[in-house]
Design a protein around this ligand. Structure first.
Ligand code: GN1
Ligand code: MG
Length: 357
């Protein structure tokens, strides 16, 4: 047992003495996730990172979301997300005396998720699942939800945080990150352009998933399920589309040290665009449709800023395995942006073709 709180938490979700096995699970950078085996099967037990998330906001959002998920699933006859199991007190989370929220979630045995895939039909299916999830989110009132992380997808705010990290870091780290700091300057127009658009208030605010990585879709018995709803909040579909581009199109891991391996695979871009827009295009406004590529560039740029800031701040946010981990992650983001810049006309054409299908 890695977390000293686990012993206190187990009785809130399981019959004491019946836990057969408990082990760390998954690849998330923020929360702690465990797989717990008991005689009647296995469950996911998760501790939400209270340093990252506003726990009361998150508890509030999940309770609203789960009620609506249940109704939607019953009506449509298809599952959207694995089921969260309530505590004996009838709550979706148990908040421990240190203020951390814990939850128990159905474990779909035999399910599969992909950090990377070579198969375009998986990119298509995962993007389609996010599109259908967005259709569901569109039925909810974004105003009723709270921000679990204030100014989360907000490139101007991320720029401010980055500038602070430049002021507060060491000379040594500034030197090590010099090429990336140069990239931030060079690509700053991306942040300016998205900020102008966000400030214009022409984009509809929609309840958004806000962490649409490929591995946040799991496939079970041929069906996709959307997971990781911690960041569901009021936002824009541009960033959800963008995070798919970020995580579906490169055949290399986010932390691949060999920069040559990070490339942009047009066929995966086409598959995800068809999957996502196939279900959503009639719901989107012209402004949204015209700015999908900008959304992709903005979220990748924002992610580069976030990794770089964390590196300069001494790695306090993302889990790391070695000191340069966040710098390597930042580098792959800039490489992907360079790849996208090379293909921008073709990307625009693919989006246009899918929208006019
Ligand atoms: C974090 O923990 P995980 O892998 O679900 C982060 C995302 C980043 C991602 C980068 C709350 O997500 O925003 O895109 O790492 N989540 C939060 O891999 O900051
Ligand atoms: Mg996440």
């Amino acid at each position: 047992m890695t977390d000293p709180m686990l012993q206190q938490i187990i009785p809130h979700f399981f019959v004491p003495g019946q836990v057969l096995e408990l082990k760390p699970f998954g690849t998330g950078h923020i929360n702690d996730t465990y797989l717990v085996t008991v005689p009647d099967g296995a469950y996911i037990l998760q501790k939400v990172n209270k340093a990252v998330f506003d726990t009361p906001a998150l508890v509030h959002n999940y309770s609203l979301l789960n009620q609506s998920v249940e109704v939607y699933q019953k009506e449509k006859g298809v599952p959207l997300t694995p089921q969260m199991l309530k505590t004996p007190g009838g709550q979706y989370h148990f908040v421990d005396d240190k203020g951390s929220a814990w939850r128990k979630v159905e474990f779909l045995a035999g399910s599969k998720s992909y950090d990377i895939t070579a198969d375009t039909s998986i990119s298509f299916a995962a993007a389609e699942a996010y599109g259908k999830f967005q259709l569901f989110l569109n039925t909810l009132d974004a105003e009723e939800f709270q921000d679990t992380i204030p100014q989360f997808h907000h490139p101007a705010n991320r720029m401010k945080q980055y500038e602070l990290s430049l002021l507060n870091t060491s000379v040594d780290l500034l030197q090590k990150a010099a090429p990336e700091i140069e990239q931030v300057k060079k690509l700053r127009p991306v942040e300016r352009e998205i900020t102008r658009l966000l400030n214009s208030e022409k984009l509809p605010r929609r309840l958004s998933h806000y962490d649409t990585k490929l591995n946040n879709i799991i496939f079970h018995e041929g069906r996709p399920y959307v997971i990781d709803l911690d960041t569901v909040m009021s936002g824009t579909v541009l960033f959800d589309f963008g995070d798919m581009v970020r995580t579906f199109t490169s055949p290399a891991a986010e932390d691949e040290p060999d920069i040559e391996k990070t490339i942009f695979r047009m066929e995966h871009f086409e598959a995800l665009t068809k999957g996502y827009l196939g279900v959503l295009k009639d719901e989107l406004t012209d402004i949204e449709k015209q700015n999908l590529l900008l959304g992709a560039k903005a979220i990748i740029y924002e992610q580069a800023l976030r990794f770089l800031s964390d590196y300069l701040n001494g790695n306090t946010y993302y889990k790391i395995a070695y000191p340069e981990h966040n710098l390597i992650r930042c580098r792959t983001q800039f490489k992907l942006l360079a790849e996208i810049a090379k293909s921008k006309w073709q990307i625009t054409e693919v989006i246009h073709n899918v929208l006019t299908l």
